[in-house]
Design a binder for this molecule. Structure first.
Ligand code: UDP
Length: 244
């Protein structure tokens, strides 16, 4: 696997097949590991937060999520990274788990959303074993209840939709204790899977304008778009100066 970087933050050149292969190996070895799904906002967060950057550096896999990272790598290195958004990642792991008989735990979002996301996934993947779920608002940082629930459910894969960087920080602090072989953050994916938030029409997705669609639906996201603009400027600067 080739490790690349965007503005000094790690991202891996990974085919889906390789993600599947590594996942099954980690599950058979029962070795607790974390994957990161890296979008432009993740890069900007990690640039400001050394602890977060370290979590990304020491993750088992860093998967490209988002047009911004894919486009930056293309511009800076000429390489074509496969891109998987959070929702696509959830589908990918649900499909893999269904095929191989692995157990999945869903963590995050409100109670109504996570329940509905579980229903939707069970509809799409009828043989999938969802061994447990929990909303992301039960004082997750201080209570041990969620951890107990996860340990008892003994999943092979833990999908945590708590938003970045919260989800990765929580997983990095707890994954060893939880003993789950593969854990990863999936941001707001459960909101989309449950139908609470609409995914952008294909037209927006293809042009890499999903952020614009989401901003129109949720104007509170506007601040994020200033961060994305700064990201874009840094990438252009990097291209002009060759990263110096
Ligand atoms: N969330 C949660 N617990 C919290 C805060 C947020 O479970 O304490 C959930 C929230 O309901 C949403 C997701 O985390 O489903 C964050 O989604 P967002 O789109 O903000 O995250 P991103 O995809 O940008 O990381």
């Amino acid at each position: 696997m080739e490790k690349l970087s965007v503005l000094g933050i790690r991202v891996d050149n990974l085919e889906l097949e390789e993600i599947g292969r590594v996942t099954l190996r980690l599950i058979s070895e029962k070795k607790p590991s974390i994957y990161i799904s890296l979008g432009s906002l993740t890069v900007m967060l990690a640039k400001k937060d050394a602890a977060y950057k370290n979590i990304i550096e020491s993750a088992e896999l860093v998967i490209c999520d988002g047009f911004g990272v894919k486009a930056a790598i293309r511009l800076l290195t000429g390489k074509k990274l496969p891109r998987l958004t959070g929702v696509e990642l959830v589908s990918f792991f649900a499909g893999l788990a269904e095929k191989k008989g692995c157990r999945i735990f869903l963590l995050g979002a409100s109670e109504a959303v996570i329940k509905e996301a579980k229903n939707q996934l069970e509809r799409s993947f009828p043989a999938l074993i969802i061994c447990g779920y929990s909303n992301g608002y039960s004082d997750i940082i201080i209570t041990n209840e969620v951890k107990k629930k996860i340990k008892e459910a003994a999943p092979d894969i833990l999908l945590a939709g708590l938003g970045q960087p919260r989800q990765e920080k929580w997983l990095s602090e707890n994954s060893r204790e939880l003993g789950v072989p593969v854990s990863l953050g999936v941001g707001g994916s459960f909101d989309v899977i449950s139908g609470k938030i609409k995914r952008a029409p294909l037209f927006f997705q293809k042009l890499g304008l999903e952020w614009l669609f989401r901003m129109l639906l949720e104007p509170r996201r506007i601040k994020r778009n200033f961060v994305l603009l700064k990201y874009l400027m840094l990438i252009i600067k990097d291209k002009i100066t060759g990263g110096k």
